[in-house]
Design a binder for this molecule. Structure first.
Ligand code: 0D3
Ligand code: CA
Ligand code: ZN
Ligand code: ZN
Length: 465
């Protein structure tokens, strides 16, 4: 059943002396566990090439971190013990939040807070507003309620302090550590300190107080850092334009306090999981030799140097572009990538957004007003022809002549048979088109008008089957 040889070799290669004489059975436990819950790829005799040696150690580390074990990256006694415990069938990877070690939480659901002082960077009303909104994020999705007090002790005391402020966690001047908060408990428990040496803002400049307060309050309520880059509890400050809890933050707070009694719940963003077989895409394009996939607020990128998929906010790459593109394509000879949303499009050169955008698709490309959005687009380097897919039809545009070719639109089904009635996304690589429709992907040869291979949409992400 199991091919233990590669794993044993791998562990041996990792220099994993210092863990107990591991039996074959234990090895089987480790392998099976990491395969089940951590997408470990051990395929027959081969560790799949993209999964490097430290990936196994990485997976072990992730697992150890998740369970609050000592993070060794090795299958030590504690780790094996945890792996042998019964589990519900859900992948740990789906839950990326982490609770504070020991799972401290508030035992009452009505909490008080007090703003002890103010930063000179902002009007006091802006500070009050930012803090108030940050509390609301968490109260909306949990049974917790918060009320502000103006004197005496409150459960959560918030203050702006700098340098050594006598809690054994001195701040470090501008940047670096922005703030910290204490886990639920009496006295200093729950309190939030902001580093006064940061510049505090109410916009996208570093550092947005609402964004930082929202994160710190997560700690005040008992959450630790999440590995989900889309979560407010992710360890690094990323300002993605708006501040909202994502599904992982909500899973975390509800694991501690249960669900909200309020029936009206906000729309919750989720971070795409690259190895989720149900993953679909909004748009895909090549860009300077790499392929970039777009989904909601995120891009995903793979390259040959690094085994893991690079997943991040679109706004980190292009702060001035919107989220949720519907189509994207690259014009290689101009070193330009164009992004479409509704009847507008934007253009970038590498990481720089070009001036004068967005423009509309009618005056630029000659689409009729009946076209409200583009489903997918791809340009052929050799011919300078760009294909735009709109519902069950497609248009062909000449990049050199800067005009739509005569005789279009045509039916997708006539010239790209088998790829479905409409297209989510398309890109071209090594002479072939790759069409995406839902969770399906078609490798298509336009010379023979034939589908060569049927693939899962996420086939580029080095996932196990
Ligand atoms: C911190 O200072 C966190 C606070 C934080 C993290 C994410 C979002 C808001 C606030 C300490 S609990 N993190 C450091 C940070 O992001 C690592 N510094 C700024 C930076 O690296 N640009
Ligand atoms: Ca600092
Ligand atoms: Zn402090
Ligand atoms: Zn933090």
């Amino acid at each position: 059943m199991f091919s233990l040889l590669p794993l044993l070799l791998l562990l041996w290669a990792m220099g994993s002396q210092g863990f107990p004489a591991t039996s074959e059975q234990d090895m089987e436990t480790v392998q099976k566990y990491l395969e089940n819950y951590y997408n470990l790829n051990i395929d027959g005799e081969h560790i799949k090439k993209q999964k490097s040696h430290d990936t196994l150690a990485e997976k072990l580390k992730q697992m150890q971190e998740f369970f609050g074990l000592k993070v060794t990256g090795k299958p030590d006694v504690e780790t094996l013990k945890m792996m042998k415990q019964p589990r519900c069938g859900v992948s740990d990877m789906a839950f990326r939040f982490k609770l504070t070690p020991g799972n401290p939480r508030w035992e009452h659901t009505h909490l008080t807070y007090r703003i002890e002082n103010y930063t000179p960077d902002l009007p006091t009303a802006d500070v009050d507003h930012a803090i108030n909104k940050a509390f609301q994020l968490w109260s909306r999705v949990s049974p917790l309620t918060f009320s502000r007090v103006f004197q005496g002790q409150a459960d959560i005391m918030l203050s702006f302090v700098w340098g050594d402020h006598r809690d054994n966690s001195p701040f470090d001047g501008p940047n670096g550590n922005l703030a910290h908060a204490f886990q639920p408990g009496p006295g200093i428990g729950g309190d939030v300190h902001f580093d006064e040496e940061e510049r505090w803002t109410t916009d996208s400049r570093n550092y947005n107080l609402y964004r930082v307060a929202a994160h710190e309050l997560g700690h005040s309520l008992g959450l630790s850092h999440s590995t989900d880059i889309g979560a407010l509890m992710y360890p690094n400050y990323i300002f993605s334009g708006d501040v909202q809890l994502n599904q992982d933050d909500i899973n975390g707070i509800q694991a501690l306090y249960g669900p909200s009694k309020n029936p009206i719940q906000p729309n919750v963003p989720q971070t795409p999981q690259v190895c989720d077989n149900k993953l679909t895409f909004d748009a895909i394009t090549t860009i300077r030799g790499e392929t970039m996939f777009f989904k909601d607020r995120f891009y995903m990128r793979v390259n040959s140097f690094y085994p893991e998929v690079d997943l991040n906010f679109i706004s980190v790459f292009w702060p001035h572009l919107p989220n949720g593109f519907q189509a994207a394509y690259e014009v290689v000879y101009r070193d330009e990538v164009r992004f479409f949303k509704g009847n507008k499009y934007w253009a970038v050169q590498g990481q720089y957004a070009l001036y004068g955008y967005p423009k509309d698709i009618y005056s630029s490309f000659g689409f009729p007003r009946s076209v409200k959005h583009i489903d997918a687009a791809v340009s052929e380097e050799e011919t300078g022809k760009t294909y735009f897919f709109v519902a069950n039809q497609y248009w062909r545009y000449d990049e050199y002549k800067e005009s739509m070719d005569a005789g279009y639109p045509k039916m997708i089904a006539d010239d790209f048979p088998g790829i479905g009635n409409n297209v989510d996304a398309v890109f071209k690589k090594d002479g072939y088109f790759y069409f995406f429709h839902g969770t399906r992907q078609y490798k298509f040869d336009s010379k023979t008008k034939r589908i060569l291979t049927l693939l899962k949409a996420n086939s580029w992400f080095n996932c196990r089957k």
